[in-house]
Design a protein around this ligand. Structure first.
Ligand code: F6P
Length: 322
């Protein structure tokens, strides 16, 4: 029987910990006697034939690096029936009988389509946003939050010196998880997320004035990207309270940097699980975390799941930010 070959790619926005997942896929695959190809720049690499066989040493010295050594892309050309077919034909020519796709929901839709074209795929949730419904954790989330926390701590220093209010936007697309946890960690006076309706008077101004009446002079307001409008919010706060206010959008700094321990460990365990599935020719799965344990789901089932926002934690944040 010929040697089994699999491929691994990273797709969509990069996330710290993707390299740890790639490393785990390569080393697990090789330890099981497989050939492992790295595909460059997401699904584009399958269209352009941009692949390279990786060996044990190809993935040395990457576990601690941010970004992705395989590069990444969003690939509109792949997202057509012809694109998927071309990618599947390329896999067959190369002898690849399974692909590990590290990315978010969009990347998993691509993995489902490639599976339907005859190439079994397994997804690993790799995104800073923590917005994959089937998994309570996505690789990159912890690092991004720690980066955001460090940045807001610095902003707090200057806000304190000037008795100002700083309104800080953190990433997360339509998901408020980065904002919620970072907001708690930095002691924000208010946290605005897309999952919970807000009223600026009630949820921001009244809280600032209440805090001010007990002696507080500087304020941090954390706003999720899905809420946005930080400049408008800062102007509104200044007009209504007289407190000098500044807006900061943290932006892509949150996507970089060396992954935290949590991201390295989760990525390694998920990478291992993905290859174990492909070893048994099981595709169309997404690896996920449930109650702290690594599990896997059918991709279609996973894509249809609804995310549950942690309203209890949100209410706790509200209670203790007085
Ligand atoms: O999905 C990760 C993410 O960083 C989101 O938080 C953000 O909305 C988006 O990607 C930004 O994408 P781009 O890198 O294309 O600007």
């Amino acid at each position: 029987m010929s040697q089994k070959a699999i491929a691994v790619l990273t797709s969509g926005g990069d996330a710290p910990g993707m390299n740890a997942a790639v490393r785990a896929v390569v080393r697990t695959g090789i330890s099981k006697g497989m050939k492992v190809y790295g595909v460059y720049r997401g699904y584009n690499g399958l269209l352009a034939g941009d692949v390279k066989e990786l060996n044990l040493r190809s993935v040395s010295d990457i576990i601690h690096r941010g970004g992705t050594v395989l590069y990444t892309a969003r690939s509109p050309r792949y997202n057509t029936p012809e694109g998927v077919k071309q990618a599947a034909d390329f896999c067959r020519e190369l002898g690849v009988s399974g692909v590990v796709v590290i990315g978010g929901d969009g990347s998993f839709r691509g993995a489902r389509d490639l599976t339907n074209e005859g190439i079994p795929c397994v997804g690993i949730p790799g995104t800073i946003d923590n917005d994959i419904a089937c998994s309570e954790y996505t690789v990159g989330f912890d690092t991004a939050m720690n980066t955001a926390m460090e940045m807001v701590d610095k902003i707090r220093d200057t806000a304190q010196s000037h008795d100002r209010c700083s309104v800080v936007e953190v990433m997360g697309r339509r998901c408020g998880d980065i904002a919620l946890q970072t907001g708690i960690a930095v002691g924000a006076a208010a946290i605005l997320v897309p999952e919970v309706e807000y009223d600026l008077e009630r949820d921001v101004i009244a809280r600032i004035l209440e805090n001010q009446s007990t002696g507080k002079k500087h304020f941090i307001i954390v706003v999720a990207e899905g809420v946005g409008k930080v400049n408008e919010i800062a102007t509104y706060i200044q007009t209504r309270t007289g407190i000098e206010s500044r807006a900061t959008i943290l932006g892509h700094v949150q996507r970089g940097g060396s992954p935290t321990l949590r991201d390295r460990v989760v990525a390694s365990a998920m990478g291992h699980r993905a290859v174990s599935l492909l070893e048994q020719d099981i595709g169309n799965r997404v690896v996920a975390m449930k109650n702290g344990v690594i599990v896997d789901y059918d991709i279609t089932e996973a894509l249809n799941m609804k995310r549950v926002f942690d309203k209890e934690l949100y209410d706790i944040a509200h209670t203790i930010s007085i």
